[in-house]
Every structure is written in structure tokens, then in C-alpha cells.
Design a protein around this ligand. Structure first.
Ligand SMILES: NC(=O)c1ccc[n+]([C@@H]2O[C@H](COP(=O)([O-])OP(=O)(O)OC[C@H]3O[C@@H](n4cnc5c(N)ncnc54)[C@H](O)[C@@H]3O)[C@@H](O)[C@H]2O)c1
Length: 450
């Protein structure tokens, strides 16, 4: 099938590339000419493991194209995915301006094009509030004489494992009102569901809501364990023991129950806010998710608070190292990253900051310029620093050379926002150590069996 993907960001580029990989002819469109130029030159505008090889192969085999305009390719396309950003308005609701602008482009095309044998299927993959699909249907109907169908197909991929998630999804959710839309999407996704993963068909409203509820649930789990971690710290329990104690209960499990410096990224913050806005518009208080958001705002300040408490009045003028800037490992995305809250706080306190991240430094540099020192290697960030704060759990930070770290740091202090290290072990190695919700008690028997 010939497919047009409009919006070539994290979701659009992965979607388009994976659909090309399964044999479709795909054109990925973006209004950002710089992104398209990078892609046409054989590069990637984002970091996503495994994506570059797929893009290059499918380009070479003539199935994947890039363009700044959808106009020349919509004619022959059977399906168009809308994958543009849906950021947050100032009241928390989703800003759909890009979705409507693409919808109007599609309407213009339909008005100019020859009558079609089969309708152009317009599929919304962007995360959009409940009712958007219906509004899209109405908007296209008002502006055209027909020749289209619409569907909702929320995306659940995770940055850092996006290709794998798209190729082997846990499930595919589609919201449709016609047999045609259902069958077209079923055929399109069949190659990705060969391991009997479900293809779930529902109304567009339920599909749209599914995406928000999934993200709100995941954010809730993280905020919950963060709150429990903070409580553990105050009353003398260790969240890592507690986490293990509850995780083996099959009803609870281990996923998304790791305490940390707060969740960020391009999705959870705006999607939780949009869900709150939807509840408000429906006249219903959303007490749980409002708390989830409030807990997270506070959590993003926990690491900075520990640093302020430790250095007290001697904090201004000190130098701190930060390992990890991306909102999570295996991505260069820093949207709403907790690292930014920490950096702002430290800069406000007059602290000099030396940062390292394997992939995200260019994005951080675009915000802070020469107010930070950027270090290509993690150990270089430690040189002459009064302490280290770990914000993102990149794999390479898990087993560092502690001896070297101690030699490079002016003061061997670690503020471990991801609980990467065992408190007792690093203390024995001569570090002062602060985790999230951890206690260090030398006689604690549970420390011994790790
Ligand atoms: N990033 C994720 O992990 C993820 C996962 C699931 C769902 N989503 C949702 O998918 C959507 C896209 O997210 P993203 O992270 O890929 O965003 P992104 O910001 O990386 O990419 C969006 C792209 O759309 C382009 N664009 C905007 N308006 C356009 C227009 N009129 N014509 C052509 N291009 C246009 C932008 O230039 C940008 O490149 C959002 O609704 C998001 O919530 C994201």
C-alpha cells in the first residue's frame, strides 16, 4: 500500500520506516525542512536505537521517501497517518492546531483530486483528546465532497525501544466506524501481529481514551512508588527492599515501580494534563491524576533538595557533575526531563555544572549554551567536582570505576537519583551516598544478600 505519514518526529519516522520495512511504499512528510534535509542526506534528526539502519535500507530499496510536502504524494496514497505533535495549551488541554492544519491540507487535496475508487483513509496516530476523530470526520465532511474515511490508531511505542515496540507491539488498538477502515488497518498491521498479539477494534472515542488511560496509569505507578520512597526515607525503611517485597506479588509486578527523580518526556506530562483538562471539561474532578501530577512536580525537586541540604550555605560557588540529561536512557529527548529542573535549581544557587549524557548533550546545549560545561566522557565530568548527581539511568553508569571516580571528584559524594548503586557498597568504597528512599544501616541483614 502507498502510505503518507505527516509529521516525521519520533512517532512518524518510526511508523513510516517500520511500515516501509513490511513492504509498503511510504513517504514521510514534515514541515521542518531541516529534518527532511538531514533524512535525505542519510542521517537521523533524532537518536533512536536501530532506526538508522532501517531507514537507510528502506531508502535504498526505494520504499521510503521524505518530503516537505504531502501534495505530490497524496494522490496515489491509500492511507495517511497524522503523526504531528499535540503539545500542551496553557490550560493543560491538548493543542490540536497541527492536526487541524494537516486535516485542511488533506481536504484541499481531496477537493483538487480526481474522484477516488477507494476512500483515502485518514488515521490519527497523534495522541488526541476524546472526540477528535469525530471532529476530524465532520471537518473533512464540511470541506469536501467525500472520498475519505477516518480512524484512530493510538501509538504505544516507547522512545529508546521504539522500533522493537512497533515491530512487536503488545497490542494494536484501532478506533473505527467502518468495515473498510477496520479491514485496511487489520491488513496493514497483520505482519506485526504474527505472534498472536491482539488487534483490538473499538470506537474512535475508546481508542483515543485508551492512550490517555495507559499513560496516566504508568505515570500513577511511578508517582506512587516515588511517594512511598520519600516516606521510606523519613521513617527508616528501604524502598528497594519494599519494592522487591511487593514486586513478587503477581498482582503488582516490578514494571514502572522504580523510584527516581520524577517522570518527564514528551508524553506523560502533557497527556496527564490533557486528561485532567478532559475531566474538568466533563465536570468531573480527577482527584487521582491531579495528585499524580502534583507528586511528580515535587519529585523533580527532590534531588536538588538533597543537594541543598547536604552543602547548606556552602553550595554557591561549588561545582557539581551531572550524569544523564535525557528524560530516560536510549533517547536524546529532553522534553520535560527532570535534569532540566535540577540544572535550573543549581544555576540559581550559583553552582558550576559539568554534564555528561551519551546522546542528549546537543539538546541541552541548545537551551543552556555556555552556562554549563559539556563533557564527552562521564569521567571527565567528575574532574574537580564537589559531587555527582545521577539523573538518567544509562546502562554505562551502572558499573563505573569507583576508584577512578573517587580520585577525580574533589569530594566523593553521590546523589543517585536512580538508585543505581548499593548504598552500603559505595559507602565502603569511601563515598557519601544519597539515593531515593534508601537507608544505609551497616548491620541491615538485607544488604548482605545482594
Ligand atoms: N514520542 C513518543 O514516545 C510518543 C509515543 C506515543 C505517542 N506519541 C504522540 O505522537 C504525536 C507525535 O509525537 P512525537 O514525539 O513524534 O512528536 P515530534 O515533535 O517528535 O514530531 C512531530 C513532528 O510533526 C511535525 N509537524 C507539525 N505540524 C506539521 C504539519 N502541519 N505538517 C507536517 N509536519 C508537521 C513537526 O515538525 C515534528 O517534526 C504526539 O501526539 C505524541 O503525544 C508520542
Amino acid at each position: 500500500m502507498r502510505i503518507v505519514v505527516i509529521g516525521t518526529g519520533y512517532v512518524g519516522l518510526v511508523t513510516g520506516t517500520c511500515l516501509a520495512e513490511s513492504g509498503n511504499e511510504v513517504t514521510c512528510v514534515d514541515k521542518d525542512a531541516r529534518k527532511i534535509a538531514v533524512l535525505e542526506a542519510g542521517g537521523l534528526p533524532i537518536y533512536e536505537p536501530g532506526l538508522l539502519e532501517l531507514v537507510q535500507r528502506n531508502r535504498k530499496e526505494g520504499r521510503l521517501h521524505f518530503s516537505t510536502s504531502a501534495v505530490p504524494v497524496l494522490d496515489k496514497a491509500g492511507l495517511v497517518f497524522i503523526c504531528v505533535g499535540t503539545p500542551q495549551n496553557s490550560d493543560g488541554s491538548a493543542d490540536l492546531a497541527s492536526v487541524w492544519s494537516v486535516a485542511d491540507e488533506i481536504a484541499d487535496h481531496l477537493n483538487r483530486a480526481e474522484p477516488r475508487k477507494t476512500p483515502l483513509l485518514v488515521v490519527v496516530k497523534s495522541t488526541v483528546p476524546v472526540g477528535t476523530n469525530q471532529r476530524l470526520q465532520r471537518r473533512l465532511a464540511e470541506k469536501t465532497r467525500g472520498g475519505f474515511d477516518v480512524a484512530s490508531n493510538p501509538e504505544f511505542l516507547k522512545e529508546g525501544s521504539a522500533v522493537e515496540d512497533f515491530m512487536k507491539p503488545d497490542r494494536v488498538v484501532v478506533g473505527v466506524r467502518s468495515r473498510y477502515a477496520e479491514q485496511t488497518l487489520r491488513d496493514l498491521y497483520a505482519p506485526f501481529l504474527r505472534t498472536e498479539r491482539p488487534f483490538l477494534v473499538m470506537t474512535p472515542e475508546s481508542a483515543e481514551m485508551t492512550k490517555y488511560v495507559a499513560n496516566a496509569m504508568l505515570a500513577t505507578k511511578i508517582s506512587f512508588i516515588n511517594e512511598m520512597a520519600n516516606l521510606c526515607e523519613r521513617i527508616g525503611a528501604d524502598i528497594n527492599d519494599v519494592r522487591r517485597g511487593i514486586g513478587h506479588d503477581m498482582r503488582i509486578g516490578f514494571q514502572f515501580l522504580f523510584p527516581g527523580p520524577g517522570w518527564g518526556g514528551s508524553c506523560f506530562p502533557k497527556d496527564v494534563q490533557a486528561l485532567i483538562a478532559m475531566a474538568r471539561a466533563a465536570g468531573m474532578p480527577a482527584r487521582i491524576i491531579e495528585s499524580v501530577l502534583a507528586v511528580n512536580e515535587a519529585q523533580k525537586r527532590v534531588l536538588g533538595g538533597k543537594i541543598r541540604d547536604y552543602y547548606g550555605e556552602s553550595l554557591p560557588g561549588r561545582t557539581l557533575a551531572i550524569w544523564g540529561l535525557a528524560f530516560k536512557p536510549r533517547t536524546d529527548d529532553i522534553r520535560e526531563a527532570p535534569s532540566l529542573v535540577l540544572i535550573d535549581e543549581l544555576l540559581r544557587q550559583g553552582v558550576a555544572i559539568r554534564v555528561h549524557d551519551p546522546e542528549a548533550m546537543h539538546n541541552v546545549r541548545a537551551i543552556y549554551g555556555d552556562r554549563l560545561t559539556y563533557c564527552d566522557r562521564p569521567y571527565a565530568a567528575l574532574e574537580g567536582a564537589d559531587g555527582l548527581a545521577i539523573v538518567t539511568e544509562w546502562q554505562e553508569f551502572r558499573n563505573p570505576d569507583f576508584e577512578l571516580m573517587r580520585r577525580l571528584l574533589r569530594h566523593p559524594v553521590i546523589f543517585d537519583g536512580r538508585n543505581l548503586y548499593d548504598p552500603a557498597t559505595v559507602r565502603e568504597l569511601g563515598f557519601t551516598y544519597f539515593g531515593i528512599g534508601r537507608v544505609v544501616s551497616p548491620g541491615n541483614p538485607s544488604q548482605a544478600d545482594r
